[in-house]
Design a protein around this ligand. Structure first.
Ligand code: NAP
Length: 320
């Protein structure tokens, strides 16, 4: 089979398109024919060797894939050959024609969701769902600011928050991203490249502040976020690419808090809750993964460059 292999940590050029043996499922495992693989920012940190999780080399990247069960190992009960699934992690990597996964790492893909969309489910929607439901414990009467609403996690958060009944504010850095955020559920949008946009956000809340901020770039925004919060507000740190200094008095004055998580650290019960919520939302159409760009698997290096560039507009997906 064809697969992307990383033999050494480094820049996008270390992603090599190679021929490797197709794996066989052992007991409790399934083999998935991967039709599409989702590209996430953490794939690039892992490839660079700078992420908390460092795979042993060589490895194939990718936790998010969508496709069809090709074969099942002994004892597998919940899926069978021919089932449409999305993956939430794999054993051998989703940037490949086939991936081995544990039975519990594959989840049913509703028939109204295509494979390219299916590749954009686990990390983006799992993160947004966990942030709103489990971490923020959001209520319909609140306002949420999705700070970085044009990318994978941001679009998922807009759709989930609107379905939960919240008032939703979103930011993006390009006209295309702002338009997309509006289409996908933001009641109001703000340009995070414009000087003074934080004041516009405060005005939109009649200077009461927002109850929840889902933060995609904490190292840039956290000092301002603490000033945008309402009483008892909370910032949920989802993404950060460096260090930052904040004034804790801004939190004290508002009885506010900063919470943070990684999707890898959630409990099995939280994960089960996420998959149940996502299946229902995908099936009833309230959750609709947006694919911004489809590239051939062989162009994984290009995908890794482009995902870190400004101007997000949905997911980047690799197909083979
Ligand atoms: P993505 O698809 O590449 O989107 C990045 C988003 O960040 C875009 O909406 C982008 O907007 C926005 N952005 C750029 N500059 C910004 C600024 N100054 N202020 C606010 N937002 C800004 O990435 P993603 O998949 O949505 O992931 C977002 C972040 O969360 C990444 O850092 C990722 O590593 C992290 N993440 C963490 C977890 C976790 O478990 N904690 C899980 C998933 C993702 P424009 O391009 O329109 O400027």
């Amino acid at each position: 089979m064809k697969a992307i292999r990383v033999h050494e940590f480094g820049g996008p050029e270390v992603l090599r398109f190679e021929e490797v043996p197709t794996p066989k499922p052992a007991a409790g495992e399934v083999l998935v024919r991967i039709n599409a693989a989702g590209v996430n920012p953490y794939d690039t940190y892992m490839r660079a060797g700078t992420y908390a999780l460092k795979p042993s080399l060589p490895y194939t990247p990718g936790s998010d894939g969508a496709g069809v069960i090709e074969a099942v190992g002994e004892g597998v009960k919940n899926v069978k050959r021919g089932d449409r699934v999305y993956t939430a992690r794999t054993l051998t990597g989703a940037y490949a024609e086939y991936a081995l996964a544990l039975e519990e790492q594959v989840h049913p893909l509703p028939t109204n969701v295509d494979f390219n969309q299916g590749a954009g489910i686990w990390v983006p929607y799992g993160t947004a769902y966990h942030a709103l439901h489990h971490s923020a414990k959001a209520h319909a009467s609140e306002t949420v600011l999705v700070h970085g609403a044009s990318g994978g996690v941001g679009i998922a958060a807009l759709q989930i928050a609107r379905a939960m009944g919240l008032k939703v504010l979103g930011t993006a850095g390009t006209p295309k991203g702002l338009e997309l955020a509006k289409q996908q559920g933001a009641n109001q949008v703000f340009d995070h490249r414009k000087t003074g946009y934080q004041e516009e956000i405060l005005q939109a809340t009649d200077h009461r502040g927002v109850g929840i901020i889902l933060e995609m770039l904490a190292n840039v925004n956290l000092p301002y976020d603490t000033k945008l919060l309402a009483n008892n507000g909370r910032v949920i740190v989802i993404g950060s690419r460096g260090e930052v200094t904040i004034n804790p008095r801004e939190l004290m004055a508002r009885r506010a808090s900063i919470r943070a998580f990684t999707l890898w650290g959630i409990t099995a019960a939280e994960e089960a809750d996420i998959h149940a919520g996502l299946f229902a939302g995908l099936e009833n159409g309230t959750l609709r993964p947006i694919v911004g760009k489809v590239l051939p698997l062989a162009e994984a290096a290009r995908a890794h460059k482009e995902i870190l560039e400004p101007g997000s507009a949905g997911k980047i997906v690799l197909v083979c």
